[in-house]
Ligand binder design. Structure first.
Ligand SMILES: [Zn+2]
Length: 390
């Protein structure tokens, strides 16, 4: 009986070499399979890869299409070839490829969502935004939810559908990217539209929502100032515009004239002018010279206005200052010099037009007009609030 027990214990030890042999054999078989598969990768696949490295997408698409023809029902290759067609602007081919893949009975679950997402991108790229939107809406709760919602956010902004944009941005918000900056701007768009329709109560609610999302939103205070101004609450308008100083003083130049108008409406234009002069001396980057000179001319006449502007120009000499300065001196110049001074001023004006602009800090798009939403890179509040020499 004891001997039998010892044999039972020895069996696993005796079996060890057999287990090793089986493992070695299994590994050999596996390696052989891998090597065999590697040898069966079609040459066209490598050619396509090589063309991609050379950034020749036309050759890459041609080679990959040949591989796809040989290897029917290859999900990954079909998906990639479709993407390549889209990248080349061949949207119709990309759509056909991904639609065919979608029709395959094997394309289910996660695979189906992936193809749908690519198809949505094809439609968007082809300008068929409604179809793209439908697809991304279908995907917004599945595995591709994040990517689908990011594209929906882009589409809603293009369509100026700010309510949907707010809801989508809230869905996408997480610790690293809160979207509070964008959400505040979406509320400002709604507030602006309500103000345009003189729906002051709704406009106020959206302004408050914008400030709740981003308390540094200068645009919200600008709109609030405009609401107060339109409703005849001039002191409240002054308070709203002035609050921008604490949010981001660089934006004060955008309300310079409105601030003066509110003081003027209260019968205190000189006080308003002094506030602007104070801002200009404290924050040299502010673009307030023109409005200060214009209002000073109205209130105090040419001599005082020129003197005030001259002080500001000397604090920050620039192209615009030089242009103004020459204008002040022209009437006092010797007639022999006057024509030349006029010519110089004309050259400066041309140069000002060409080189003094707002510029997007993100993509460097330049414009004579200020945009809250960069038309080139779609970022919000990236434009310099003062024109700069570019
Ligand atoms: Zn930009």
């Amino acid at each position: 009986m004891e001997n039998a027990n010892i044999w039972w214990l020895l069996i696993p030890i005796l079996m060890l070499p057999i287990f090793f042999a089986m493992g070695w054999f299994a590994a050999r078989v596996d390696m052989k399979t891998v090597l065999k598969q590697a040898k069966t990768v079609p040459t066209g696949f490598y050619n396509s890869l090589d063309a991609l490295v050379d950034k020749n997408t036309s050759r890459a698409a041609r080679n990959l299409a040949e591989v796809v023809d040989q290897q029917q029902n290859s999900y990954d290759l079909n998906l990639t070839l479709g993407k390549l067609y889209r990248q080349r602007g061949e949207n119709d081919k990309a759509i056909a490829m991904h639609q065919a893949l979608l029709a395959s009975p094997d394309t289910v679950g996660e695979k189906r969502e992936r193809v749908l997402y690519e198809l949505g991108l094809n439609y968007k790229s082809a300008g068929l935004v409604d179809r793209a939107e439908q697809i991304f809406l279908e995907l917004k709760n599945g595995n591709m939810a994040k990517q689908a919602n990011e594209l929906l956010l882009h589409i809603f902004q293009q369509d100026r559908d700010w309510q949907q944009a707010i809801e989508t941005a809230k869905l996408l918000a997480h610790d690293e990217q809160t979207y509070q900056f964008e959400i505040a701007q979406f509320y400002c768009e709604l507030a602006q539209a309500a103000l345009f329709q003189s729906d002051f109560q709704t406009a106020r609610e959206y302004v408050q929502a914008a400030l709740n999302a981003n308390k540094k939103c200068t645009r919200a205070n600008m709109i609030l100032g405009d609401i107060e101004q339109k409703q005849g609450n001039f002191q409240a308008a002054i308070n709203a515009y002035s609050a921008i100083e604490k949010q981001n003083y660089a934006y004060l130049s955008m309300v310079g004239e409105k601030l003066y108008d509110a003081y003027d409406a209260l019968g205190k234009p000189q006080e308003g002018l002094n506030v602007l002069i104070g801002y200009s001396k404290t924050f040299l980057q502010l673009d307030l010279l023109n409005v200060i000179h214009e209002k000073s001319l109205l209130l105090n006449g040419e001599s005082v206005a020129n003197q005030t502007a001259l002080e500001l120009i000397r604090l920050k000499p620039d192209l615009n200052g030089m242009y103004r300065l020459l204008g002040f001196q022209i009437s006092t110049l010797n007639p022999l010099w006057k024509n030349d001074a006029d010519m110089m001023r004309g050259v400066l004006a041309q140069q000002l037009q060409k080189s003094r602009m707002y510029r997007c800090r993100h993509c460097h798009f330049k414009s004579q007009v200020y945009f809250w939403h960069c038309p080139a890179c779609n970022k919000w509040e990236t434009f310099t609030p003062n024109k700069i020499e570019v």
